[in-house]
Write a protein that binds this ligand. Structure first.
Ligand code: OGA
Ligand code: MN
Length: 295
């Protein structure tokens, strides 16, 4: 269960042809991901444009606004429109607003001062170890390394849809315990987790509250066991499902540019991060929007 991301092939499928949807210019990627080319988040977004953006998000699961020059306030204004913000549970990492956190390897007095400073991170779903995990994570790039640090997204709806019928039947109704031990296993699964590490049980298959589509709601970093199943059998099934969702056919790989603002849907995607040179600065401003309890 410790596949290293370094072995994961680079996914370069490229965007499709430019299209326009209700005045919004987009470049769609496969199997998920869409770049939005003509929306400036430094300005309040008109209602019609915002609705179009939400439609594109629900269809493409991950959206990227290119070339943004925005303040924390601009990012908060956009985030609040998507929904109630979720407050960061690690007080040492709170930014200028309780919902803002910086993901960065930038140091002060020789010490890291922000969350998730270095290196590769296994596939995971933000806050799936909470009763109401984030629906959206909104990440804005302020400093990026010359190479590496790509964020990979896997489409958990595609992953569910492509399971064979027997497996779909077998897993219907199963529940999974998700645990996150930030101290022992922030980026790779911890062999053992602290008794007080945050945890929550959610359905293995969840239904998207807006689109009604089903997702295979598991991830290698945080999903630890299937409730009520013999441990060895649970490990086998989870291992198989992790391998399945991490099929490169289901993955969009985001190559960051400065000024990208990415918003992903944690209800139907899992994400991972590639390694990067720790001597180069990477600084991202992050906001999460509270989601529903998965059903
Ligand atoms: C996150 C996260 C990935 C990245 O902010 O939740 O996983 O590329 N970030 O920094
Ligand atoms: Mn994350």
């Amino acid at each position: 269960m410790t596949i290293q991301l370094a072995d994961f092939p680079e996914v370069t499928k490229g965007p499709g042809k430019p299209e326009t949807y209700k005045g919004v210019q987009i470049l769609r990627h496969d199997p998920c991901g869409a770049e939005i080319l003509n929306v400036d988040l430094a300005q309040p977004t008109a209602d019609g444009t915002f609705q179009a953006v939400m439609d594109i998000w629900h269809e493409s699961l991950v959206i990227c606004f290119r070339n943004q020059d925005i303040t924390a306030e601009d990012q908060l204004r956009f985030g609040r429109r998507v929904g109630d913000l979720s407050v960061i549970h690690t007080p040492e990492f709170k930014g200028e607003d309780p919902a803002i956190m910086y993901i960065s390897n930038v140091k002060e007095n020789g010490e890291y001062v922000h969350a998730l400073p270095v290196g590769e991170m296994m596939f995971h779903i933000d806050q799936c170890y909470q009763q109401r995990p984030a629906k959206a994570t909104i990440l804005y790039s302020i400093k990026i390394p010359k190479a590496g640090g790509n964020t990979l997204f896997c489409d958990l709806q595609r992953a569910y849809d492509t399971l064979d019928e027997k497996t779909k039947e077998f897993i219907a109704g199963l529940k999974v315990l998700h645990v996150y031990d930030y101290d022992a296993g922030a980026t790779h699964t911890a062999a053992t987790v602290a008794d007080d590490a945050p945890r929550y049980v959610h359905p293995l298959v969840r239904t998207h509250p807006v689109t009604g589509r089903k997702s295979l709601y598991v991830n290698r970093l945080m999903s630890r066991e299937i409730v009520g199943m013999d441990r060895a059998e649970s490990d086998r099934l989870l291992g198989r499902l992790f391998d399945h969702i991490e099929n490169p056919d289901f993955v969009y790989e985001h190559h960051w540019k400065l000024g990208d603002l990415l918003m992903w849907d944690n209800r139907c995607t899992a994400h991972a991060r590639r390694d990067f040179d720790p001597t180069e600065d990477r600084l991202m401003r992050r906001l999460t929007v509270l989601g529903e309890q998965p059903v």
